[in-house]
Design a protein. Structure first.
Length: 213
């Protein structure tokens, strides 16, 4: 403050004017930057607006525990795969096959914008009409068998001679002559006669012994 007091009145006035001009210029520059920033954030193209939601039958992917399912060009595994759908993805459904095993959906990015998915892997939110499937794709080349290569795996097995049958020898059954009945006189068995003689001899010995006494 002492230094400013030492200056002349004209010098101090010039200094105040300079400070005011610098302050005014800084405020104007800040306002220009704000306007320029606001202008740069404005879009240069028209922003599309949502006009409505998709109506009609929808197919929702439920492929637990898999994360995605295959999208094919026709109703069957013999048709080529054209894309995939992730689990819980929702797409418009427009038809189904004759047996109902495949569902035709709108799938952008492929020919005609339609494709097919396996119906057990999706849930439908409406009834679908039966549509005609596209023709089955034909292979680019027809497989042929090379006869030279096939001949290397064909082996001729020579016929084997069957073993000759030799009949077994005749079974000889031995025959025995009839045994005669061992019966003594009177038709009694020999054992009874022998026992009788033994008993009779013992009695004779006993009688002789008693007489000597």
């Amino acid at each position: 403050m002492k230094t400013l007091r030492k200056l002349s009145r004209n010098t101090r006035l010039s200094l105040y004017i300079s400070l005011f001009v610098l302050l005014f210029s800084g405020v104007g520059l800040s306002a220009s930057l704000v306007r320029a920033t606001g202008t740069g954030q404005q879009p240069t193209v028209s922003v599309p607006t949502v006009t409505g939601t998709q109506t009609g039958p929808m197919a929702i992917v439920y492929s637990d525990p898999e994360d995605q399912i295959n999208v094919r060009s026709g109703p069957g595994v013999n048709y080529p795969k054209v894309g995939v759908l992730i689990n819980r993805e929702e797409v418009p459904a427009i038809g189904k096959s004759v047996g109902g095993s495949w569902v035709q959906i709108i799938y952008l990015g492929v020919e005609e914008g339609v494709a097919w998915v396996y119906s057990p892997l999706v849930r439908l939110s409406g009834e679908l009409p039966i549509v005609e499937p596209p023709p089955t794709p034909t292979p680019l080349t027809t497989p042929t068998i090379d006869p030279t290569l096939a001949a290397q795996y064909v082996s001729d097995i020579p016929p084997t001679r069957k073993p000759t049958y030799t009949p077994p020898p005749l079974l000889v059954i031995p025959t025995y002559p009839p045994q005669e009945d061992s019966l003594g006189a009177g038709g009694l068995p020999m054992g009874f006669l022998i026992m009788g003689l033994v008993i009779f001899g013992v009695l004779g010995v006993i009688v002789s012994f008693l007489r000597e006494m």
